[in-house]
Ligand binder design. Structure first.
Ligand code: F0G
Length: 454
């Protein structure tokens, strides 16, 4: 199979010009080149990237360098991913780099959610403000760069929508074609339309996300296409930068908790990897607890962890938070490792809890997509259990933009999101609903409506 690292020169045993290696997360064997399916040639498990040079870096110099780059207009420095390039795999040449100025997203305070939950220092890291509206862009910047460097014409992914939107954009920027496999009828139109606009060949398959991913993994073994799902360890490397940014934004004082939604479990793995690396280098002195929240109807990791974390307990996934409608998460072993390393936990939340949390985040004036709102819903549960304490600090990772799923929002506000029996029944949800009002075009009608609203 075709290797990805400097293909003309590298082999599994000879060091290429770039120094990073691929380590198998289970059997521990390392290679300089990864096969097309990004799986360990010996045991078939996932790979992760490491570079011996990372441990020799000086924390103080890194912090100063990264801060200085914020005032630079150089292409690499303008990217909130490549700004942190010392802790990323290095491409053979800067000419291969694909970037849309991803990252550099805000860390917002959440005063209202802070009052609701009782957690005094509560923040949202809003990855929905990336170029294509989701956290996927940070990983895609790195993985698309290595796809381009390896000379691939086609890149491909299976997706619940955001990966495909991001991949299609980065492929277009990098001069590559993109093939998208999505479950028919199970992703939002907003995400699908992004892939179309960025020129992807989009296939709606009559299966779920897990079926799409299985097919993709077969495909990359047979056809010369480069896999851009988070099985690809370059994606994980790019997504580490979320954690670097959060720490920089908090002046390198690690929060007590980071709470992230769990779907295919690439993002939680990436954030956890970054935290561990940052502590090893001395960029932070203690690890935040990284907790992963899933929808009740797509709770494979929750079940897996509660059964001891040794084998994946897959589920038939169902949730209106379609981004995380995933039953067999590919990176479950990486996620279990991260939970253990940071002392975090897993939790699941109901559809009603997700809808309420989403509306509460929206009421802060920042908004997010349903999958992101599981973080606030999960935080409430972690507080109730005493796992998060009111005097501690917590960062919620908002993974996608509010505009990613307008159908969900309209149905929520019109009271149509849930089945008949539940509809309108919950007082807390009703207080958060703001359905549009249809009126005659008269001043009188508008004034009356205004008075009623006071
Ligand atoms: N939030 C959003 C908005 C997502 O799109 C995803 C995953 C997740 C959370 C979960 O992240 O998979 O790294 O655990 N979306 C993928 C996709 C699966 O195809 O867009 P994860």
């Amino acid at each position: 199979m075709k290797p990805f690292v400097t293909p003309e020169k590298s082999s599994e045993t000879t060091p290429p010009q770039t120094a990073f290696v691929f380590d198998c997360i289970r059997c521990g064997c390392s290679t300089y080149a990864a096969a097309q399916d990004f799986r360990c040639g010996r045991c078939g498990n996932l790979l992760e990237i490491s570079d011996p040079a990372w441990n020799r870096l000086d924390a103080g110099r890194l912090k100063a360098e990264w801060r200085e780059r914020k005032s630079s207009n150089a292409v690499l420095d303008l990217s909130g991913v490549w700004r942190f390039r010392e802790l990323l795999p290095a491409p053979a040449s800067a000419q291969h780099v694909v970037t849309l100025r991803e990252g550099n997203t805000p860390l917002y305070e959440l005063p209202q959610c802070s009052r609701i939950t009782g957690v005094k220092q509560l923040y949202a890291k809003h990855q929905g403000l990336n170029p294509t509206g989701s956290f996927k862009d940070t990983g895609m910047a790195v993985a698309a760069t290595f796809a381009r460097q390896a000379g691939y014409k086609w890149v491909a992914c299976a997706s619940t929508g955001n990966t495909s939107a991001s991949m299609a954009a980065y492929a277009a920027r990098g001069g590559m074609r993109s093939l998208v496999l999505v479950p028919e009828g199970k992703i939002s139109w907003s995400k699908l339309s992004q892939a179309l606009d960025y020129g992807a060949l989009t296939c709606q398959l009559r299966t779920d996300f897990d079926g799409c991913l299985r097919l993709l993994q077969e495909l990359v073994r047979r056809a010369p296409v480069y896999q851009l799902n988070s099985i690809n360890p370059f994606r994980i490397e790019g997504q580490k930068t979320l954690a670097f940014e959060v720490m920089e934004q908090l002046d390198w004082h690690a929060p007590d908790h980071i709470i992230v939604p769990g779907g295919n479990l690439g993002n939680s793995s990436a954030i956890g990897k970054a935290l561990v690396e940052m502590r090893e280098i001395g960029l932070i002195v203690r690890l935040p607890k990284l907790s992963i929240i899933q929808a009740e109807g797509a709770n494979a990791l929750v079940r897996t962890v509660r059964e001891g974390g040794k084998r994946l307990i897959g589920v038939q996934a169902e949730t209106r938070a379609t981004a995380i409608r995933i039953g067999s998460p590919a990176s479950w072993e990486k996620a279990v490792k991260v939970l253990r390393a940071t002392g975090g936990t897993v939790e699941q939340v109901s559809e009603m809890e997700i809808a309420q949390a989403k509306a509460e985040i929206g009421a802060e004036g920042i908004g997010c997509e349903p999958a992101s709102a599981v973080t606030l819903a999960g935080l409430k549960k972690l507080i109730a259990q005493g796992f998060v304490k009111p005097e501690e600090s917590a960062v919620l990772v908002l993974t996608g933009n509010l505009l990613k799923d307008p159908d969900y929002i309209m149905e929520f506000h019109r009271g149509e999101l849930f089945a008949e029996g539940v509809k309108g029944g919950d007082a807390k949800l009703n207080a958060l609903r703001h359905p549009p009002v249809v009126l005659d075009a008269s001043l009188d009608a508008v004034i009356k409506t205004l008075e009623r609203a006071e």
